[in-house]
Design a protein around this ligand. Sequence first.
Ligand code: NCD
Length: 316
Amino acid sequence: MTFPHRHLLGIEPLGPAAISEILDLADSYVDLNRRDIKHADALAGLTQINMFFENSTRTQASFELAGKRLGADVMNMAMQASSIKKGETLIDTAMTLNAMHPDLLVVRHPHSGAVDLLAQKVNCAVLNAGDGRHEHPTQALLDALTIRRAKGRLHRLNIAICGDIAHSRVARSNILLLGKMENRIRLIGPPTLMPSGIADFGVEVYDDMRAGLDGVDVVMMLRLQRERMDGGFIPSEREYYHRFGLDSEKLGYAKDDAIVMHPGPMNRGVEIDGTLADDINRSVIQEQVEMGVAVRMAAMDLLARNLHSEPAGVMV
Ligand code: NCD
């Protein structure tokens, strides 16, 4: 058991063994979280600071609960309301916090690459909770754990990722993770929401839901990220739902036991039919939320074990 990383900045630097190690440990935390008494002490005495420069409800709550269940002292900084507004740079904020000796820094930032930059300036372990369109590693890990538990394996599955791929860090981290674990990935969406050059990532690209969903094991829907669009990407929400929204008719093209996923927050009636999202026979959306806490506990536990190891033994 040697998780060789100092930070969790993305899926890109992780190998299949490190991914499996996080998921295996997370499985044990799922059991802990289902007990009446949910405390363990892997982070006892450590300080965790959550710095969210972008709005978040579920991810911040999930990291907060994960830290508290493992005994850390957890502090949430509402960065929108803080000194950033007074003109302080990201690095100055990081250096100020660094001087307070945190052990774990959980950071969400609207700019791709901002979290990597911050990690170079501080002495503690940094976890990326989503940076721009770049990566959202704990989301991909919780999706992987959900798939592994529902399907009994995390390789040689046909997985469709549907919708607004271009603006999605969730899609990017999932494409990396699911590819490393040797799955077949199909991306389905309108060409305007597909990143250019995406076929080079070893994925199949479709702009028709029925053709793309044919025979898949997993259907991962994405939120239409309107806050990242500057107009003109889709004709109208009604038209988008008609062509790309997941309903039971389109899901009928997937395997009979295919699962439906969504990272949340969802736009019911835009990318997914509300009744289908609530159908516990097909939808694992609530399981994804449950797995999120366990995966974040596992990731912080593994990083905490490397806090004081020699740089030679631990990669970034
Ligand atoms: C995702 C995100 O922030 O990237 N949501 C989340 O982590 N809860 C996906 C999204 O915002 O659509």
